[in-house]
Design a protein around this ligand. Sequence first.
Ligand SMILES: Nc1nc2c(ncn2[C@@H]2O[C@H](COP(=O)(O)OP(=O)(O)OP(=O)(O)O)[C@@H](O)[C@H]2O)c(=O)[nH]1
Ligand SMILES: [Mg+2]
Length: 208
Amino acid sequence: MFLFDWFYGVLASLGLWQKEAKILFLGLDNAGKTTLLHMLKDERLVQHQPTQHPTSEELSIGKIKFKAFDLGGHQIARRVWKDYYAKVCWCLSDSWEANIDNGSFADSASSLPGRRGLQEAKRELDALLSDEALANVPFLILGNKIDIPYAASEDELRFHLGLTNFTTGKGKVNLTESNVRPLEVFMCSIVRKMGYGDGFKWLSQYIK
Ligand SMILES: Nc1nc2c(ncn2[C@@H]2O[C@H](COP(=O)(O)OP(=O)(O)OP(=O)(O)O)[C@@H](O)[C@H]2O)c(=O)[nH]1
Ligand SMILES: [Mg+2]
């Protein structure tokens, strides 16, 4: 019963109560996808190994069906992303990791070993955005880890992902007539439980 109450509360607060949502978590490795999934699932912060195999969590209570696919973000895992498109009516393009530790974007993509480059994120995102199979799928882009000093600002992230003039607007924006795919950027920190709730609320208005 406790679980039910908690779950109801979370879904209601995210605007997902009584809606059927399938959400795909995509993003570079280490972005925080699995952390977010578990935070949504049982509000626990758990340290995870990198995701090797796709996992899905299906939670169903009353009328709600909430299914999230968590696909690993490392290079090989990215190859299977497209196998999941068909199953998805909702896409959460999660957390292009944008923290920079020397304050310079110019070399963040290439010169620092192990660093997630914004260029790499942009490349993957562009491929998703231009994929026919995802043409009508709304994209919520979460810029995670804003708790880290030097994390990119929202404007920087928009700029480097090439989204400056592409996002469709926060708040309530009716796009049904316009044939435009909903796309917005929200900054968040999963560990601090900040920001992603606003993102999901935004997303929920586009769930039919
Ligand atoms: N500082 C900070 N660290 C975070 C945050 N969210 C996740 N992390 C950390 O980032 C690391 C990677 O998180 P995961 O959830 O495993 O990342 P993933 O996107 O699932 O990675 P793959 O499975 O490799 O694709 C972990 O050490 C998390 O604790 C956050 O909001 N802030
Ligand atoms: Mg993972």
